[in-house]
Design a protein around this ligand. Structure first.
Ligand code: SF4
Ligand code: F3S
Length: 169
């Protein structure tokens, strides 16, 4: 299904509010007035038609295991450069991600997930929040020296998350 760019702001805001199911975070109202053609002939008065629909959209999100692994293989393959750099992890801007999925298999830490997976609301909110605060990054840098040792360490967010920005490009 084509991505509805117009729904981005609503999705981000609702994600922050944490009040909607993952598949319904983005919506759009479309109004159409059928003024011509057979439809008008068939009706003697103007009948505005309002169709409200919720589009089923998704984004990818960076999750817990990125913290202090920060391999950055992901930024090299993203066609729209929608990664943002924190001190010890990256996030994806949910309104810029075009849902192509190419970054997911590139992450050695398997930290990138589609937000359609259950239980990722916290990570969608974190990606949305910090992609507005941290600088953009599109060039791969060096991973931390202890990245392999940190791979798979549980509860990284509670132990190691840093709200400080990275350097970006
Ligand atoms: Fe970029 Fe595609 Fe990954 Fe989204 S899914 S962050 S557009 S590579
Ligand atoms: Fe993080 Fe994986 Fe990218 S560890 S920096 S999401 S390649």
């Amino acid at each position: 299904m084509p991505r509805e760019r117009s729904g981005g702001i609503l999705r981000r805001d609702l994600a922050r509010a944490g009040s909607f199911p993952a598949k319904l975070r983005s919506g759009a109202a479309v109004c159409a007035s059928p003024l011509s053609g057979k439809w008008q002939t068939a009706t003697s008065t103007l009948v505005p038609l309002t169709v409200v629909f919720w589009s089923l959209q998704m984004t990818y999100v960076v999750t817990d295991n990125c913290i202090r692994c920060k391999y950055m293989d992901c930024v090299e393959v993203c066609p729209v450069d929608c990664f943002y750099e924190g001190e010890n992890m990256l996030v994806i801007h949910p309104d810029e991600c075009i849902d192509c999925g190419v970054c997911e298999p590139e992450c050695p830490a398997e930290a990138i997930k589609p937000d359609t997976e259950p239980g990722l609301d916290q990570w969608l909110q974190l990606n949305a929040e910090y992609s507005e605060k941290w600088p953009n990054i599109s060039t791969k840098g060096d991973a931390p020296a202890d990245a392999k040792d940190m791979d798979g360490v549980p509860d990284k967010f509670a132990k190691f998350f840093s709200p400080e920005p990275g350097e970006g490009d």
